[in-house]
Ligand binder design. Structure first.
Ligand SMILES: [Zn+2]
Length: 279
């Protein structure tokens, strides 16, 4: 346990990059072997656009990282936040802290982005992807990266998370997001074992269906139980899904970087969902 604490307290940036690149590589290889939807969409061109937005996500987080580190140092020094008040052993900090960081830093951030129109405008380009695969995980508008950063910092403050827990959470968050966006067939028994606790591709793909009500379900990133607890969980036969958002199905909305950067600032008559459809 102490090894985990020591490692993540001083994890080098190169290891963090390796986790990101390694995750994409592994899931990409599995996608080539057992894809759910056939790779007929030009995987490299599609990846190029998503890598651009992954890079902007990395840059935004790199620039702002010192705020996160300072916040974590402060909560420990000032004895502030849930974990600091409870004074728990390390294993309990992990078991309680990880789900809470995931709840505030990911579930609440994501849920809010779907509820508040101005935030939705920035989140939109994550949803305009019409071919969800592992490269879609970090396809975020730079504005959305800032929004998510604010939620993560708030999470560290409320939870009172030490820095090792923050870095461990972020590493897991990256890999889980790559996993749950991956265009792979997960054997039924593995899905059954994982899905009560973790967000699997079968669960997250439903969130990327192009029509309501599914777009507003399955907000979770690491832990699947938050959606079950807050009543936003849904299940659909994945082969029936069509990816995208029905208000933004034009080619430029999902494959023209310049246009996509401007999407949050373009006025549209219908911002959110034309039609509801029950699968
Ligand atoms: Zn979403």
């Amino acid at each position: 346990m102490q090894t985990i604490v020591d490692y993540f307290t001083t994890i080098p940036s190169s290891h963090r990059s390796l986790i990101l690149v390694g995750g994409i590589t592994i899931f990409w290889l599995i996608e080539s072997a057992v894809p759910l939807f056939a790779n007929t969409y030009g995987k490299w061109k599609h990846a190029g656009i998503n890598f651009f937005f992954t890079l902007t996500t990395i840059i935004v987080n790199f620039i702002l990282a010192f705020i996160l580190v300072r916040t974590s140092e402060w909560v420990v020094a000032a004895d502030f936040g849930l974990l600091q008040w409870l004074n728990l052993p390390v294993w309990a900090v992990l078991v309680l802290g990880l789900p809470l960081l995931d709840l505030i830093g990911a579930y609440a951030a994501h849920w809010t982005e779907h509820r508040i129109p101005v935030l939705w405008r920035f989140h939109l380009i994550h949803h305009t992807d019409q071919h969800i695969d592992t490269t879609s995980a970090n396809r975020h508008h730079p504005g959305e990266s800032v929004i998510r950063f604010i939620f993560t910092t708030a999470a560290v403050l409320i939870v009172g998370a030490p820095i090792w827990l923050v870095f461990l959470y972020q590493s897991l968050s990256v890999v889980l997001s790559q996993f749950n966006h991956a265009n792979i067939v997960v054997p039924k028994w593995i899905n059954k074992v994982l899905s009560p606790v973790l967000v699997t591709p079968d669960m997250h793909r439903v969130h990327h269906h192009y029509r309501m009500p599914y777009t507003d379900t399955n907000f979770g990133n690491i832990f699947s139980f938050w959606d079950r607890i807050f009543g936003t969980y849904s299940e659909v036969d994945n082969t029936k899904l069509i990816y995208g958002v029905d208000t933004h199905m034009d080619l430029a909305d999902h494959s023209d970087i310049g246009h996509m950067l401007k999407v949050p600032f373009v006025k549209r008559e219908t911002l959110k969902y034309d039609t509801e459809e029950k699968l």
